[in-house]
Ligand binder design. Structure first.
Ligand code: HEC
Length: 106
């Protein structure tokens, strides 16, 4: 019984913990620039800021590494419309999530 309560308490804490977003590094920007020519770390961080400001209003953050590029290509146009992003913001968010979807989590 006591064990059940402890397990339950931990589950509750885990569910409420804020979603952790990886801090983009130069290595991430370099990897991204192979896909998006000229892509820089500052653009990557800009994409992250837009994502942080708009993408947890209706649901918790769906972290970049939770989906692959193909999935993000389908989801972002839909969500950009929901979040009322302009086309520049949409493109930065797409580049951010696609680049960070393959980031090393450690
Ligand atoms: C106005 C509310 C709203 C905003 C803002 C919003 N979303 Fe969503 N999102 C939803 C709803 C509702 C769903 C579930 C239904 C659906 O898939 O359309 C969803 C689902 C998702 C999914 C899962 C879709 C799937 O098929 O796996 C992802 C990923 C996602 N959102 C990412 C984002 C990102 C990234 C942003 C920021 C650009 C964002 N959302 C902003 C409402 C929103």
């Amino acid at each position: 019984m006591k064990k059940t309560i402890i397990v339950f308490a931990f589950a509750l804490i885990a569910a409420c913990a804020p979603v952790k977003l990886l801090q983009p590094t130069q290595a991430d920007a370099d990897r991204g620039s192979q896909k998006f020519p000229g892509f820089s770390l500052s653009e990557l961080n800009e994409g992250k800021s837009i994502y942080e400001a708009h993408c947890n209003k209706c649901h918790r953050f769906k972290v970049p590494e939770s989906r692959d590029e193909m999935k993000w290509d389908m989801v972002i146009p839909k969500m950009a419309k929901k979040a009322k992003l302009d086309s520049v913001q949409e493109s930065l968010v797409l580049k951010y999530v696609v680049t960070m979807s393959t980031a090393k989590t450690k």
